[in-house]
Write a protein that binds this ligand. Structure first.
Ligand SMILES: Cc1ncc(COP(=O)(O)O)c(C=O)c1O
Length: 446
């Protein structure tokens, strides 16, 4: 379908009606669903996405934080085009994999060896299974509210709500999917993020059974605020004393620094899961870390403790796109992008004051998140959006999407890309200012 300027959403409505006839709920990915129907894309370039009715929007979601250079970066397009003409996947290796591996491990001394897979979910799953294989222990510990993809164990309590989350001293294990086996829940410990005393007490209770403690240093769903250094050190030291692996989910946060968010903390993770931006716009996941631990995945060893494959793992398209994207995202690019994002945060904080609305921002590096509350949250339970807040958030996002032509993640997060310039920041600032003014009576009633 060619791009034409028609009534906003008109063509998308028709496509969605067709979609529901064959695709359950009309979408294969709930993230893109919006009421009353999702919008469909015609094309995208840099920071701008054109839908099939010809409306151009500035994109601050960047496919859920995965497009660090925005859409269709010319150097990535050119490298991928050259690769796909030579084939897209083989039952043999490619040098593209080796080149991407070399580049990634060169970015942090903590990345001694690496393995690729196809998604962040798979990376976290492999990291957890490798931890079990290495330690011989069955349990994992994770933070309440933290999103680590959809592996059974990793997703427990990801969406815990007040009616289910229980006492903060011992948060309940809340399944996301109906039918999650009790056995999976039994092997997970849920701790409150950034709460040293409670976390350590909960870990102590199961010290001899925990294979790994998994942390995201700036967990999006917990609230997108950086973990306290003291907290991270306490958890890290606990793992050192208890023969437990300290593993990081940097699927989102790798963008924060040249060597990932971990660069800012005095810890050496045993393993790190990567994904999103390292695929240059194509599906990817990776596990990286200490050679001695990564060895559980090594097929040349006499005893292979964790066999690992994957039909499309390390396919040359993701490897090529990812390598070019990461070459472009060098130390200077990281710093420039973080600086532009900080400018945006400052501008938005100004308009929050001007509009006099109870809104705060949290974030790190090239990402931030709005919270419709007076003070920045410091825990998942404070971040939790109740029904009234959710209603206002939906109105706010709908207004931005339909009237200001701005795309944001539905948690109210913005993920910047190197394609962005000051003009885009100003558009975002003006758009949210207009939304605050329009919805002020509703903000005042929160
Ligand atoms: C922190 C974190 N870990 C893991 C994942 C899973 O990644 P994927 O969607 O590629 O499976 C996500 C996805 O949003 C994430 O935000």
């Amino acid at each position: 379908m060619t791009s034409k300027k028609t009534v906003k959403g008109e063509s998308s409505k028709i496509i969605y009606e067709n979609a529901t006839k064959t695709i359950t709920g009309g979408v294969s990915r709930n993230t893109i669903y919006r009421k009353p129907y999702p919008f469909y894309v015609e094309s995208a370039k840099g920071s701008y996405v054109t839908d099939i009715d010809g409306t151009v929007r500035t994109d601050f979601a960047n496919n859920m934080a995965s497009l660090i250079h925005g859409h269709a970066h010319p150097e990535i397009v050119s490298a991928v085009t050259e690769q796909i003409q030579k084939g897209t996947a083989y039952t043999m290796g490619t040098e593209a994999e080796v080149r991407h591996a070399e580049l990634l491990v060169s970015r942090s001394p903590n990345f001694e060896k690496i393995r690729f897979m196809n998604s962040g979910t798979e990376a976290v799953m492999t990291m957890i299974k490798a931890s079990r294989a290495y330690t011989g222990k069955p349990m994992i510990a994770k933070a309440e509210g933290a999103y680590h993809g959809t592996y059974d164990y990793a997703e427990i309590s990801q969406t815990a709500s007040p009616d289910k989350w229980g006492d903060i001293d011992r948060p309940n294990k809340v399944p996301v999917v109906q039918g999650t086996p009790q056995g999976a829940m039994n092997d997970v410990i849920i701790f409150p993020y950034n709460d040293i005393a409670r976390t350590i007490r909960l870990l102590d209770e199961n010290a001899d059974k925990i294979a790994c403690v998994i942390l995201d240093l700036v967990s999006h769903r917990v609230g997108l605020f950086p973990a306290n250094e003291e907290y991270v050190k306490a958890v890290y030291n606990w793992t050192r004393k208890n023969n437990t692996l300290f593993v990081l989910d940097e699927v989102v946060t790798f963008r924060v620094n040249y060597g990932g968010a971990q660069h800012d903390y005095p810890v050496v993770p045993d393993l790190t899961a990567l994904g999103k931006i390292i695929g240059g716009g194509f599906p990817i996941g990776a596990v990286t870390g200490k050679s001695e631990i990564m060895e559980v995945l090594d097929p040349t060893k006499k005893v292979l403790r964790h066999p690992h494959s994957g039909t499309f793992s390390a396919n040359p398209v993701s490897m090529t796109a990812g390598r070019v994207a990461m070459e472009l995202y060098d130390d200077k690019a990281v710093k420039d992008l973080n600086a532009l994002t900080m400018t945006a945060r400052k501008q938005i904080e100004e308009v929050i004051k001007l509009a006099d609305v109870p809104v705060t921002l949290t974030g790190a590096g090239s990402m931030f998140r709005f919270h419709f509350r007076e003070n920045a949250p410091t825990t998942y339970r404070e971040t939790y959006q109740n029904a009234q807040e959710r209603e206002l958030i939906t109105e706010f996002l709908d207004y931005l999407f339909c009237k200001e032509d701005l795309i944001m993640i539905n948690t109210l997060a913005c993920m910047f890309a190197t394609s962005m310039v000051q003009k885009d920041v100003d558009k975002l600032t003006d758009g949210v200012f207009n939304a605050f003014k329009l919805l002020k009576p509703k903000f005042d009633n929160l």
